[in-house]
Design a protein around this ligand. Structure first.
Ligand code: SF4
Length: 302
């Protein structure tokens, strides 16, 4: 069976979503590859949006052709790294990427779809991130960030999303810390900066000291399900079970052992994994709500 024919059917995706809902999952992030390439993505997103907070990532290349399919989701994140068209296309490795992403943001917004922009912070754009953030948030467009990272064992993970590239590696840790400080300050009056203060503090500490103030919560606060329904703690780790067998082993000693093993792992700095780790558990969840509420109150001048 090749990898395409092994892709889950629509009904199996829904069955998998039911299982995640019953296990208490609150949020689903659809990312790629590009999930929008599926013909049935509208049906899947409609179904997922009934039970979860849903986010979809796109680089702007497909969202424009899937507007109706995206109407039910909570947040569409368009990947864009800089306001400089040529530089963005170089970073993305695709001619016309900047133009398509900007158009997607504009059209989705006009269509009333909750769209935001998601730059990957790297050494290539770190000095532009504050201006980039101002540009979009002044236009009422939320900004969420990724941090340049790469897969430490690309061949052994569930799938691969980041390659090592020395040009992108952040060498100016002091600048990254300054970006975190500036975003924390801006958040006091800007409700469109979606990264939380707790996450920014963790990144700042990492940038200045190389130390983590969090433990990875893979397989506790987040997990990854690939297009074939295989579950892993994160995309860098090998799949451990089919989604359909997950309830059977969820409370097993094997899962506990892996949770413990991953909590000591320090092999990646993907920002989404940092976010779900620093906001683990009920207190972490509440701190997200307080973070968002604080921004809205500041915005309303209360
Ligand atoms: S730190 Fe966590 S998310 Fe990153 S590779 Fe290790 S287990 Fe996966």
């Amino acid at each position: 069976m090749d990898s395409d024919s092994a892709e889950l059917s629509t009904e199996d995706v829904k069955r998998g979503l039911d299982i995640l809902r019953d296990l208490g999952v609150l949020e689903i992030v659809f990312s790629g590859g590009n999930p929008l390439l599926r013909d049935d993505i509208g049906e899947i997103l409609d179904y997922a949006s009934k039970y979860f907070v849903t986010t979809v990532y796109d680089n702007g290349s497909i969202a424009l052709n899937k507007i109706d399919e995206l109407r039910s989701v909570d947040f569409v994140a368009i990947s864009l790294d800089t306001l400089d068209e040529k530089k963005n296309d170089y970073l993305k490795g695709v001619s016309g990427a900047w133009r398509r992403a900007m158009e997607a943001i504009e059209v989705l917004r006009k269509e009333g779809i909750s769209v935001g922009v998601s730059p990957t912070i790297s050494q290539m754009n770190i000095y532009e991130i504050i201006d980039f953030t101002k540009y979009f948030t002044e236009r009422g467009i939320p900004v969420w960030y990724c941090l340049y990272a790469y897969d430490y064992q690309p061949s052994r993970g569930a799938f691969s999303i980041g390659k090592r590239n020395d040009e992108y590696e952040i060498t100016d840790g002091k600048m990254l810390a300054e970006v975190c400080d500036a975003l924390m300050e801006m958040k006091k009056e800007n409700r469109y900066i979606y990264i939380t203060t707790r996450t920014l503090k963790a990144v700042k500490h990492l940038a200045l000291t190389g130390e983590r103030i969090w433990r990875c919560r893979a397989l506790r606060s987040f997990l990854v399900v690939d297009h074939m329904g295989r579950v892993s703690g994160c995309h860098c780790k090998e799949p451990i079970v089919s989604i359909f067998d997950l309830p059977r082993i969820w409370m097993s000693p094997m899962i506990k052992r892996l949770q413990n093993e991953y909590s000591h792992c320090r092999n990646c700095t993907y920002l989404c994994y940092i976010f779900y780790s620093v906001h683990a558990g009920l207190t972490g969840l509440l701190s997200i709500l307080f973070d968002r509420w604080g921004s809205i109150r500041a915005y309303m001048g209360k």
